[in-house]
Design a protein around this ligand. Structure first.
Ligand code: F6R
Length: 242
């Protein structure tokens, strides 16, 4: 595992954007897996700045989604599809045609999960998957004790994750209880995993991810098994590394 420690959140974004730019340079039609939440926002800002400056052409880049809430009405501003359109596709000048994601509004959710697994494979697999990490060590919405061999499926959010995500909704009651998420094995199929984190609140999760035991109770520790994983953190998030 490669660990990159930089000064602050903006620098985390720059380094991760650099990894994505390097990929696009050799594979313009790469499939980039994106995450939602606060951690990857500086990455998207840095990418958009490179595109606006004419330093990066993402015209053929394809984007896929890590996870999605179940049961939000289509077009809900906090559905992850809407968030990715707003934070990633629009700033990069991409259209929904270049986007793959699981259908959290499907009537048959297990079938939607299986269909998404097929779509990812038919698209040639994910080249680089950008990840955040939950304060409890989750990746995607694989909460603690998710199987390392899990594939895309329905999961129930823990109380802690619902509390963490309530900031995006009007109240805790509005945060969905269920999500579709790529499993840990699905995520690990990506050719390169890039996990970004910033701030003291992520320090414990980062220490467990990088130096803790390989354990289902810390889903992000699965990165220790991956042949090409990069963890990019600021000094505060790195503060509990030995
Ligand atoms: C979101 C996702 C989650 C977040 C994690 C950290 O698509 O998969 O695993 O990455 O909850 O969220 P932030 O970055 O908001 O602290």
């Amino acid at each position: 595992m490669e660990i990159v420690i930089v000064a602050d959140r903006a620098a985390v974004g720059e380094v991760a954007a650099g990894a994505i730019a390097d990929l696009v340079a050799v594979k313009p039609d790469a499939l980039l897996g994106v995450a939602t939440g606060s951690s990857p926002l500086p990455v998207y800002t840095a990418l958009a700045a490179r595109v606006a400056a004419g330093a990066l052409d993402v015209g053929r880049l394809r984007i896929c989604q890590l996870d999605e809430y179940v049961g939000l009405p289509p077009g809900h501003p906090e559905s992850y599809r809407a968030v990715i359109e707003r934070e990633v596709l629009t700033p990069l000048g991409l259209t929904p045609a270049s986007f793959l994601g699981p259908d959290g509004a499907a009537e048959d959710l297990p079938a939607a999960c299986a269909a998404y697994e097929r779509e990812l494979q038919e698209a040639g697999g994910v080249d680089l998957q950008l990840l955040g990490v939950g304060s409890d060590g989750h990746i995607g919405f694989n909460e603690p004790c998710s199987s390392f061999s899990s594939r895309t499926r329905v999961k129930t959010l823990t109380h802690r994750t619902r509390l963490d995500n309530a900031r995006f909704f009007g109240s805790l009651d509005e945060v969905p209880w269920h999500v579709l998420t790529q499993g840990i094995a699905t995520i690990s199929d990506a050719r390169h995993l890039v996990l970004v984190a910033a701030g003291e609140a992520k320090a414990e999760a980062i220490a467990l991810t990088v130096e803790g035991p390989l354990a289902a109770v810390t889903p992000a520790s699965a990165l220790q098994l991956h042949p090409h994983a990069t963890v990019i953190v600021d000094e505060a998030a790195a503060s509990r590394l030995k």
